[in-house]
Design a protein around this ligand. Structure first.
Ligand code: GDP
Ligand code: IMO
Ligand code: MG
Length: 432
C-alpha cells in the first residue's frame, strides 16, 4: 500500500528480529520529525553506531540522538519504568541529554512481578519453553488483556495505583507461593516504582494526540518496529513468538491513529537469517561458514548476549512478511558479512510431505518438517564496506540483491554494508 495522504514511513523487521532496524531507523531519523515505537518492551535490543560511537537501545526510540526529533513510546508498548530510567541514565552518561521524549498514558507498566513470572513459566514449561528474554513481556501483555494491567495514567493517580498494586499482589503472590517462589512485598514494589515514576512523569502524556497532530501537519513520522514479523503473536511461528504484533498493520491500534496513517512500509531484511530463542528454523546450519558469519556479523543478542542461530536467506519467510505486513520497499542489511563466502544459498520454497510449497504452514509439526529448496549463487570476495552506490557493488553482490527482490516480490530500496549510520545506501531515497 502506498498512501499519499501523510508523510510517514513504517520500519518493520521481516525475520526473527535483529535485522538492523535500530540502525536503519536511526539513519532515517536524520530526515524525520518524529519517531514512534509502538509495541514490545525491553525485549528489544537495537544497536546503533554513530561516527564510531556505539549505543544500545531497548525501550527508547532510535531518534533520541537528534534533539529536533520527537520520540514517542506509544500505547501498544509494555514499559518497565525501572529499565527505562536505567536506559536514560546510560544515555546521559554517553552525553545524550538533549532530547524530546513522550510516553503514552495508555501504555502498560511492566512490573517486577511480570519479570519473575516470565522466568518461572520458562523454568516450569516442558517442550514448549520459548527461550524468552525473561524481561516479563508475556505476563505484562497477559495482564493487559485480562484487564489486570496498570497503565501509566494509573501510575499518576496515586490512590488508584496503590489499590491496583495491592489487588495484583493478592493474586500474584498466591501463584508465587504455590510454586514455592518468594512473594513480593507491597511497600518494596511501591517505593521502587514511585521513585522511577518521579523521574519519568514529565514525559507521560496522551501520545495519540501528538502523533495525530504531527501527521496532520505533514510532519515526517517514522514508526519504529521492534522484533520481526516471524515473532508476531498472530502471523509468526507460534508459539515461539513474542506477545505483540510487529506488523505495520498493528500500528493504528498501537498508536491510536487512523488506518491510512502509514504511507509506506520498509521491511528490514538481513541478508541471511538469524534467530535467538527456541523454535524451528528451516535454513539453519552450523559449520565453518555459520561461525564466520556469527563472528563477522557480531551475532550475539544485544539484550541477552546469547549467540544467535544462523541460517541461509529464506525468501519464503520474507515473502510471508511482505504479505502480512504490506511491505512497499525493503532494506537489505549486513550484506558486507557475506563477502568472502564462495557459494551462497537462498531458500526459494519448501518441500513438505514430498510437495513443493511457497507459503508458511501454520501447523507446528508441518513447520518442524519443512525441507528448504535452495538455489545456489556465486559469492564475491571484495570488501564492500566502503561502496557508495549499487553500481559500485561487485557483480555477484548485485545479483544477490536482485535475486532477493525477485523472490520476495518487493523492491530493494536500500542496502547496508556496515554498522555505522553512514554505511547505508539509499537507492530510492526513501522518506524525502
Ligand atoms: P535490531 O534489533 O533489528 O535493531 O538489530 P540489532 O541491533 O539487534 O542487531 C543488528 C546488528 O547488526 C547490530 O550489531 C548492528 O550494529 C549490526 N549491523 C546493522 N547493520 C549492519 C550492516 O549492514 N553490516 C554489519 N556488519 N553490521 C550491521
Ligand atoms: P529486536 O527488536 C530477536 C524473541 C526471544 C524469544 C521470543 C519471545 O531486537 O529485533 P519475549 O521476551 O519477547 O517473550 O521472547 O522472542 N525476541 C527477540 N529476538 N530480537 C528481538 O527484538 C526479540 N524480542 C524477542 O528471543 O525467542
Ligand atoms: Mg535486536
Amino acid at each position: 500500500m502506498n498512501n499519499e495522504k501523510y508523510n510517514s514511513l513504517s520500519v518493520v523487521g521481516t525475520q526473527w528480529g535483529d535485522e538492523g532496524k535500530g540502525k536503519i531507523t536511526n539513519y532515517l531519523s536524520l530526515k524525520a520529525d518524529m519517531v514512534v515505537r509502538h509495541q514490545g518492551g525491553n525485549n528489544a535490543g537495537h544497536s546503533i553506531s554513530i561516527d564510531g560511537k556505539k549505543y544500545s537501545l531497548h525501550l527508547i526510540p532510535s531518534g533520541i540522538f537528534n534533539p529536533s526529533v520527537k520520540n514517542v513510546m506509544a500505547n501498544g508498548m509494555v514499559i518497565d519504568p525501572l529499565a527505562l530510567v536505567k536506559e536514560l541514565e546510560i544515555l546521559e552518561s554517553q552525553g545524550i541529554k538533549d532530547y524530546q521524549l513522550f510516553i503514552s498514558d495508555r501504555a502498560h507498566v511492566l512490573m517486577p512481578y511480570h519479570i519473575r513470572l516470565d522466568g518461572m513459566y520458562e523454568e516450569l514449561k516442558g517442550f514448549r519453553k520459548i527461550g524468552t528474554t525473561k524481561k516479563g513481556i508475556g505476563p505484562a501483555y497477559v495482564d493487559k488483556f485480562s484487564r489486570d494491567g496498570i497503565r501509566f495514567a494509573d501510575l499518576l493517580d496515586d490512590e488508584l495505583f496503590q489499590n491496583l498494586l495491592k489487588d495484583n499482589l493478592l493474586i500474584k503472590n498466591k501463584i508465587f507461593e504455590a510454586f514455592g517462589k518468594e512473594k513480593f512485598c507491597f511497600e518494596e514494589v511501591y517505593e521502587k516504582i514511585i521513585s522511577a515514576r518521579e523521574k519519568i512523569k514529565k514525559f507521560i502524556t496522551d501520545t495519540s494526540l501528538i502523533v495525530h497532530e504531527a501527521l496532520e501537519n505533514g510532519d515526517k513520522v517514522l514508526f519504529e518496529g521492534a522484533q520481526g514479523v516471524l515473532l508476531c503473536i498472530d502471523h509468526g511461528t507460534y508459539p515461539f513468538v513474542t506477545s505483540s504484533s510487529p506488523t505495520s498493520s498493528s500500528i493504528p491500534v498501537n498508536v491510536g491513529i487512523p488506518l491510512n496513517s502509514i504511507s509506506k512500509t520498509l521491511g528490514v531484511v538481513k541478508s541471511y537469517s538469524t534467530r535467538v530463542g527456541k523454535g524451528a528454523f528451516p535454513t539453519e546450519f552450523e559449520n565453518k561458514i555459520s561461525k564466520k558469519i556469527r563472528e563477522i556479523g557480531n551475532e550475539f543478542g544485544t539484550t541477552t548476549g546469547r549467540p544467535r542461530r544462523i541460517g541461509w536467506f529464506d525468501a519464503n519467510l520474507v515473502r510471508h512478511a511482505a504479505r502480512v505486513s504490506g511491505l512497499t520497499d525493503i532494506s537489505v542489511t549486513l550484506l558486507d558479512v557475506l563477502s568472502g563466502i564462495d557459494k551462497l544459498k537462498i531458500c526459494k520454497s519448501y518441500l513438505l510431505n514430498g510437495k513443493e510449497i511457497k507459503y508458511l504452514p501454520a501447523g507446528e509439526t508441518d513447520f518442524n518438517n519443512l525441507k528448504p529448496i535452495y538455489i545456489n549463487l556465486p559469492g564475491w570476495k571484495e570488501d564492500i564496506t566502503n561502496v557508495k552506490s549499487f553500481d559500485e557493488l561487485p557483480k555477484n553482490a548485485k545479483k544477490y540483491l536482485l535475486k532477493i527482490e525477485e523472490l520476495t516480490g518487493v523492491k530493494v530500496s536500500q542496502f547496508s554494508i556496515g554498522p555505522d549510520r553512514n554505511q547505508t545506501i539509499d537507492i530510492n531515497q526513501l522518506f524525502k
